[in-house]
Design a protein around this ligand. Structure first.
Ligand SMILES: [Zn+2]
Length: 342
């Protein structure tokens, strides 16, 4: 039987594995709540963070294990933005750092390398990747567009797409520099070979195909080719219905695109199969949170049958799972993939 890592390698190489690869996306919020720790406690304790992720990996059985899930706002916090920890859920940013392009010059990028929380996350990655050698362990962050939007504020970013495209270009390029500094200490010594970038703000429900092409694609190309040059493959997750731009994904350089439940998977297979790996797209709320075990099994079988039996496919939820998802539903999700005879 192939290990989770081997199964994911096969999928990323667009080959058939001896079973269907299956993984969650992030799952940091779900895991922290289930384990009974807060993001605040783990933010200064890399062994606690590593222990939580390692022990939850045994329970979740996701072929991909995510370090950094729940912490994607921290590169912005490192530059001086206040963080608001909550009882349950991802820590939020309070306020914004950038109102005009000129504000970028006042931000000290070297703080990405020295920030204690970001260092804790990188240390936890080192421990987890050693402890879980059989899994595909990844370090996750926001992609450049979402990270840039965190610098200026979501609403301001959406307005700037029309009124100040220069600002959008500058903050997303700046975000690429932030990401490179965040990943650099692990990439250069060859300690990391898989990255997941999440782009909720580049959702198909928020920006058009044309805006994606103009404001998201170039920055993804820059980061992903840089990371590939250092031996890391990238999985990209984009929220919302992106059926109208599926053909743009191979141009980003990604090794896998993770698609939301609103995206048409049959079209995705037509366009992407044989070109890049694609993943998705079981509805995280209506099926995984609110559905029965039977509903989960039916939804998983449905997507596998439709698009997943020819390799180059990973069964995933359409987005990160909410913290209230019943464990039996996650278990059922993984079981369908594991028991699928290929
Ligand atoms: Zn999503």
């Amino acid at each position: 039987m192939e290990t989770p890592r081997e199964v994911i390698d096969r999928a990323l190489n667009r080959e058939t594995a001896d079973r269907i690869p299956a993984a969650l996306i992030g799952a940091g919020t779900w895991s922290a709540r289930e384990y009974g720790v807060s993001f605040k406690q783990m933010s200064t304790d890399s062994s606690l963070m590593a222990r939580m992720i390692t022990e939850m990996a045994d329970r979740l059985k996701s072929d991909i294990v995510y370090v950094g899930s729940g912490y994607p706002n921290f590169p912005v916090a490192a530059l001086g933005c206040a963080i608001n920890y909550r009882d349950v859920g991802t820590p939020d940013l309070e306020g914004t750092l950038v109102h005009a392009e000129s504000d970028l010059t006042g931000l000290d990028l070297s703080r990405i390398s020295s920030d204690p929380v970001l260092s804790t996350i990188r240390q936890a990655y080192g421990v987890v990747s050693k402890a879980l050698g059989n899994y595909a362990v990844t370090l996750t962050a926001w992609g450049p567009f979402t990270l840039g939007a965190r610098l200026v504020g979501e609403e301001a970013m959406m307005k700037a797409l029309y009124k100040n495209p220069g600002l959008v270009k500058s903050v997303t390029e700046f975000a690429v520099s932030m990401l490179k500094l965040f990943y650099e200490p692990l990439l250069s010594p060859g300690l990391l070979d898989l990255i997941l970038l999440g782009e909720p703000t580049a959702s198909g429900d928020l920006i058009s195909r044309k805006q994606f092409e103009q404001f998201v694609l170039p920055q993804l190309q820059d980061f992903i080719s840089w990371a590939a040059g250092k031996g890391a493959r990238t999985i990209l997750h984009i929220c919302g219905n992106t059926t109208d731009r599926l053909d743009l994904y191979p141009r980003t350089g990604v090794h896998c695109i993770s698609l939301d439940h609103k995206t048409d998977m049959v079209r995705a297979k037509e366009i992407l199969h044989g070109t890049i790996c694609f993943a998705g797209n079981v509805d995280p709320v209506n099926v995984l949170l609110r559905g029965t075990v039977q509903d989960v099994e039916d939804a998983c079988r449905n997507v596998i049958e439709k698009v997943g039996t020819r390799g180059g496919f990973i069964l995933m939820p359409g987005c990160d799972i909410p913290p209230g998802v019943p464990y039996e539903n996650i278990h059922a999700f993984m079981r369908v993939a594991r028991e699928w005879a290929v």
